[in-house]
Design a protein around this ligand. Structure first.
Ligand code: 5GP
Ligand code: MN
Length: 350
């Protein structure tokens, strides 16, 4: 059940009406839900409220998410990694910042400090545990929901100019929200609530082309991704007696398969299909650290494990974080041993 009240929607509508320059921020290494929720909000603001709104992100989109951004979206997309000066200027000029799909400024990567220093009004719309409420003027935080895209959908449906009629949601918003919900639920495999199916039903009725969206997400990979997946599953997957499944992807292997950012999305889910596996981890070398993705079955908390051992967090059964070199382990060569020790201990205790 969603917690937000009509009064909260009125406050949001007032804040949006009062704002003249709006920036939308999502988390670093943006995924489908980051773009889905952000583009969903962006097109509502520009098309329904006639606002000067844009996306300001730390990192660009990946090749696999490029289909989500139209030519006109790209004209309103400021990327700190590519043009820091313009991005920060845009943030500084904004009188409203809307943060989507993350719970604390530290998740905004290089935009953490600009966000902390900004004096503009800030609204949070998010579905992660433990949001940093004190950093925002208005917070929409729901954790019993599939995605930030779904939460954005329900918020837009409650706005006076949509008034519960999904066909009044701009078509670009509707498609983006369906895409973000689809990627965060892994195509309806997890985190699906009655409200999620309601959203899907309303958006289908409103004319969203879900077949095209699913084809863009799942049938559009480069060959190398599928070949790397096969290699990792047959050669690199380790399963411990405690039920921890993990894959370590070093830079050398990533290079050998010409891997691009975002192409390992979803790999972490596969070992969970094995009967005795309780938690699955995907560990990818990334400069001075390993990026960590964790997924767990019901009864085991990926969130607590990520928080306790990998400087991260997320949701109960889907979380992420990092292993730092050399603070946590000297180098990628010792990562497997570290993971095995920590995760076996964690699974024994929980
Ligand atoms: P993924 O494995 O798909 O990268 O991330 C799974 C979930 O964990 C996402 O909801 C994401 O927001 C969260 N997450 C990923 N990395 C981090 C991190 O470094 N810190 C925190 N707090 N959450 C993370
Ligand atoms: Mn999300």
């Amino acid at each position: 059940m969603l917690k937000f009240t009509p009064e909260k929607i009125n406050r949001l509508h007032q804040i949006l009406s009062d704002a003249s320059v709006i920036s939308i921020v999502s988390h670093m290494n943006p995924d489908g839900d980051a773009f889905g929720s952000s583009l969903g909000m962006l097109h509502y603001l520009t098309e329904k409220m006639d606002k000067d709104a844009c996306l300001t992100f730390a990192d660009p989109d990946t090749e696999s998410l490029a289909f989500m951004l139209s030519e006109s979206d790209r004209n309103t997309f400021f990327i700190d990694k590519i043009n820091s000066e313009k991005t920060r200027q845009r943030l500084a000029e904004s009188d409203l910042i809307i943060c989507l799909d993350f719970n604390a400024f530290s998740r905004a990567g290089s935009l953490e400090i600009p966000l902390k220093e900004s004096i503009s009004k800030k609204v949070l719309i998010d579905h992660h545990l433990n949001p940093d409420e004190s950093a925002f003027d208005l917070v929409f935080s729901e954790t019993q929901i599939s995605s930030a895209s779904e939460l954005t959908f329900h918020i837009l449906m409650a706005m006076p100019d949509i008034d519960g009629d999904a066909s009044k949601i701009p078509s670009e918003s509707a498609a983006a929200l369906m895409t973000g919900m689809t990627t965060d639920t892994n195509n309806f495999a997890n985190s699906v609530f009655p409200s999620t199916l309601f959203m899907a039903s309303k958006l289908l009725e409103a004319g969203v082309d879900r077949d095209a969206i699913v084809a863009n997400i799942y049938n559009n990979y480069r060959e190398n991704r599928v070949r790397l997946m096969g290699h990792l599953l047959s050669e690199k997957l380790v399963i411990t007696e405690e039920g921890m499944a993990y894959i370590v992807l070093d830079q050398k292997t990533a290079d050998a398969f010409d891997l691009k950012d975002g192409e390992t999305e979803g790999f972490v889910n596969i070992p969970l299909s094995i009967k005795n596996v309780r938690m699955s981890g995907f560990f990818r070398e990334d400069g001075d650290h390993m990026r960590v993705s964790l997924r767990s079955k019901k009864g085991t908390s990926a969130n607590v494990c990520a928080k306790q051992f990998f400087h991260g967090g997320g949701h109960e059964n889907a979380a992420g974080g990092r292993i730092m070199f050399p603070e946590d382990v000297p180098s990628v060569n010792e990562v497997a041993e570290y993971i095995e020790r920590i995760c076996n201990e964690y699974l024994k205790q929980n």
